[in-house]
Design a protein around this ligand. Structure first.
Ligand SMILES: C[S@@+](CC[C@H](N)C(=O)[O-])C[C@H]1O[C@@H](n2cnc3c(N)ncnc32)[C@H](O)[C@@H]1O
Length: 191
């Protein structure tokens, strides 16, 4: 999905980021202060690695997970796995039992059918949240991508009680026509 006319595509090339998505995280981090130096960060759906690069540059130690391989990045430990499978959670916990930040930019393969893509993205977002519930430290932060659609309010209601601060946000670096929004949850509490 590389749009060669795209401002952020060229900016990423020039500035050494592996994806235009890096700017979405940079912008969200500027607005919501999600990642701090020294944090342990879990990056779900991480390949090619733009978000992991951003987190590592902010001084975090990163564990990155994806179905597809990812070229190494300093301070990033990569797990090749499916975030919907319990064995992947076990591997994540083996590296660190708890994380300050869990972030997920996982996307399904786009079918072009709005409802199918929406429901698949909700499944991945739920899988990401199920992992977050297991490993996020109390007070930790969570970011997850979802494609908009009819299930989004129900998903928001499920997550709502777990965070003191919560909202949907669309970073400027998201394409204007994109269906994606990010749920931002801060100050996680176990319930
Ligand atoms: C938009 S890309 C992520 C881009 C990344 N944030 C960056 O900045 O480079 C979405 C990723 O989600 C991954 N993904 C989709 N389903 C997954 C699953 N079930 N388990 C793990 N990764 C998955 C895809 O392989 C793809 O690499």
């Amino acid at each position: 999905m590389k749009d060669r006319q795209d401002y952020y595509y060229w900016k990423a090339k020039k500035e050494g980021y592996r994806s235009r998505a890096a700017y979405k995280l940079l912008q969200m981090n500027r607005t919501f202060k999600l990642i701090r130096e020294g944090d342990m960060v879990l990056d779900l759906g991480a390949t090619p690695g733009g978000w992991s690069q951003v987190a590592a540059l902010l001084g975090a130690s990163v564990v990155a997970v994806d179905l597809n391989p990812m070229k190494p990045i300093e301070n990033v430990t990569f797990i090749r796995g499916d975030i919907t499978l319990p064995e992947t959670l076990e591997k994540i916990k083996e590296i660190s039992p708890s994380y300050d930040v869990v972030m997920s930019d996982a996307s399904p393969k786009i079918s072009g059918k709005w409802t199918i893509d929406h429901l698949r993205s909700i499944d991945l977002a739920r899988a990401s949240f199920n992992i977050a519930k297991e490993v996020l430290k109390p007070g930790g932060n969570f970011v997850v991508k979802v494609f908009q659609g009819e299930e989004i309010q129900r998903f928001f209601n499920e997550l709502k009680p777990y965070f003191r601060f919560k909202k949907f946000h669309s970073p400027q670096a998201s394409r204007k026509r994109s269906a994606e929004v990010y749920f931002i949850g801060k100050r996680f509490r176990k319930i």
